[in-house]
Design a binder for this molecule. Structure first.
Ligand code: MSP
Length: 518
């Protein structure tokens, strides 16, 4: 299958099923969705996968605490995550759950293959074990004072016989792969952390847990007294979901947070695939972490943003817009309520919302609700000409920024154009032209209405991957039920007269009036 015809395959991390969806989960899905929508708009066939990581100790425990079976527990959490996807307008094509047979069968088949190839061996191991992280610890994991870092919770010493997968034989291959595929880890500066990890010899990875200690997992195909280590199980989701969709693999992007880059995604996963003779994914897109109001998000301290409640209060697209506008992909960001409201008011309500109101209002008052053709072509040196030139530059810049995944600066640039459009309207003051009986003013008024509505249409088209619902609404109130937009996306981004003759709605409230700052 050629590079061009292969669908663009993008995935999110699969979230742990041991809690409710939070802002970090919401962000990752929104970011991946913006990329997926952007690629679709560019004409590529896209396959977008998200899902849920349902096995492991924590799920088993949470289910026990609630007095339900682990499967029942997972089913109810899965519903919450699937509802979140719908609510946030996430355009995923598939949602994989690691308890599904289609996934378990693939995990078992891959394990068997590795076992048959002699890549897996059994050994007895004594050492420290963190139940919370479900991993064995090494001396180097200790704090300088000898204690164990808090993230490991209760650490116990155990001796256990388990199955191990040898990573070391692939270490040099992985180092070379990373060096010769500069796009493998994005942003590029994250490479350093991976290569540093690979400076030390890689230990064998323990891929089993005895069933008497952990029941809730996928039984090893070659020894059913053990279940599969959660990471070995979870990572395979990206591949198992493609079994019924030939031609998808390798993935173009695995979108993940920085906490799960090293070692699972940058070390275990490519080595597992290499050992199996399966190509590595093309790129790991690593995003940063959100803090909330300046500190770590935590339900217990109340420092928490619930994406569901937040969308209900301010609208899904306000949340999508803020997440993408505020965070530079790869860097950390803070979700401050105050900053959210500042952007909501200044950018969404008073800038974009205001342009929509003015466009509808002026067309209704002075053009019988029908968008007129401009009275003349924009002459050089006129404000109309300047705005059209501004648009051409904006479009080129924003497309380039979107391509580079710089959505936050792309949006900044696009909103500068919306600001310029509002300034243009003030300069031309159509409300004054409307009161004049001079035919030249009346002709200019037509041009102004055509110009402002065209600028709004173009901005909405370019904003589509980020706030699809709002953009569809803008098209509808401009009297062009996305129909005009059936043309290829890039072709819709040319300044012109696509709206001439369109019948606009009397009014629209996209972003209810500015919210009080808290
Ligand atoms: N189940 C594993 C992933 C397995 S992928 C084969 C996991 N789950 S998680 O629920 O803890 O996290 C899911 C994703 O959400 C991760 O990419 C993680 O980085 C991201 N986030 C969790 N909290 C976050 C923030 N506070 N901010 C941004 N993203 C964060 O890890």
């Amino acid at each position: 299958m050629s590079e061009q015809s292969k669908p663009f395959y993008i995935t999110t991390a699969i979230d742990y099923a041991n809690g409710s969806p939070h802002l970090g989960h919401a962000y990752e899905k929104v970011l991946s969705d913006v990329i997926a929508r952007h690629q679709r708009l560019l004409g590529r066939q896209v396959h977008f996968l998200t899902g849920l990581d349902e096995h492991g100790q924590k799920v088993q425990q949470s289910a026990r605490e609630q007095g339900v079976s682990p499967q029942q527990f997972c089913d109810s959490v899965a519903t919450q995550f699937q509802d979140l996807c719908r609510l946030l307008d996430i355009s995923n094509d598939d949602f994989i759950r690691t308890t599904e047979a289609r996934h378990q069968n693939v995990v078992r088949a891959l394990l068997q293959k590795l076992f048959d190839k002699g890549e897996i061996h059994k050994a007895s191991y004594s050492g420290f074990y963190s139940t919370r992280q479900e991993q064995f610890l090494l001396e180097k994991d200790r704090n300088p004072d000898g204690s164990w870092p808090e993230i490991y919770g209760n650490v116990t010493q155990i001796t256990e016989t388990n199955y191990f997968f040898r990573l070391a034989p692939y270490q040099q291959w992985l180092i070379d792969h990373i060096k010769t595929h500069p796009g493998f880890i994005f942003p590029r500066y994250r490479q350093k952390q991976v290569l540093e990890f690979l400076n030390e010899p890689l230990n064998d990875l323990c891929i089993s847990r005895p069933r008497e200690r952990l029941e809730w997992g996928i039984p090893l195909p070659f020894d059913e007294t053990y279940v599969t280590y959660v990471w070995f199980d979870a990572l395979v989701n990206y591949y198992s979901a493609t079994v019924s969709h030939p031609g998808l693999w390798p993935a173009d992007f695995h979108v993940i947070g920085k906490d799960i880059l090293v070692p699972p995604h940058a070390v275990y996963w490519p080595i597992m695939l290499k050992a199996l003779g399966i190509p590595a994914p093309k790129s790991l897109l690593v995003h940063g972490w959100w803090s909330v109001n300046g500190s770590k998000m935590s339900k217990t301290t109340g420092n928490y943003v619930d994406p569901v409640a937040f969308s209900a209060q301010y609208g899904v697209d306000a949340l999508r817009y803020f997440l993408v506008r505020e965070m530079s992909v790869g860097q950390d960001s803070d979700f401050s309520h105050q900053q959210f409201l500042a952007r909501y008011n200044a950018e969404l309500a008073n800038n974009l919302g205001n342009l929509v109101n003015r466009a509808l209002n002026m067309t209704n008052r002075f053009a019988g609700a029908t968008i007129p053709a401009p009275a003349s072509e924009p002459a050089p040196g006129t404000p109309e000409d300047a705005l059209a030139a501004n648009w051409n530059q904006t479009r080129d810049d924003v497309l380039r920024l979107y391509d580079a995944l710089q959505y936050h600066t792309g949006l900044e640039r696009l909103f500068a154009f919306i600001t310029a459009t509002n300034a243009y309207i003030e300069q031309r003051a159509p409300w004054k032209l409307g009161k004049s009986a001079d035919p030249a003013d009346q002709a200019l008024l037509q041009t102004v209405i055509a110009t402002m509505t065209e600028a709004l249409r173009l901005a909405a088209v370019l904003l589509t991957p980020v706030t699809p619902g709002t953009c569809a609404k803008i098209a509808t109130v401009l009297g062009v039920p996305w129909g005009v937009l059936h043309k290829p996306w890039l072709e819709q981004l040319h300044w012109g007269t696509a709206l001439t003759g369109a019948k606009v709605a009397p009014s629209a409230i996209l972003f209810p009036r500015p919210q009080p700052q808290k």
